[in-house]
Design a protein. Structure first.
Length: 95
């Protein structure tokens, strides 16, 4: 395995979350492996680690996984405004 590549358990350890959470994120489409090893293990990169850390930070601030999925899916590369992604009905989201 090359530097900057992780198996699912290594990525989970690096992100500080259980492997089951990583598998859940993969199952619901939040992350996906970039490659497979010769032994058919899922392989992730440093970009995956950054994405998982972003997901955890967003959850910590109150975003739902659906909100986070929309943020990650922004195709134009710009972060959408809160009201475009947030499931809450609050004054912050309406500004």
């Amino acid at each position: 395995m090359r530097e900057g590549e992780y198996t699912i358990s290594q990525l989970a350890t690096a992100a500080g979350i259980p492997t089951t959470t990583m598998r859940y994120y993969e199952r619901v489409g939040l992350i996906e492996p970039e490659d497979r090893s010769a032994g058919n293990y899922r392989l992730y990169t440093d970009d995956s680690l950054r994405k998982v850390k972003f997901i955890r930070a967003a959850q910590g601030t109150g975003f739902t996984l659906d909100d986070i999925r929309q943020l990650l899916a922004a195709e134009d590369g710009r972060i959408p405004r809160c009201w475009q992604t947030c499931s809450k009905d609050c004054a912050t989201c309406r500004t």
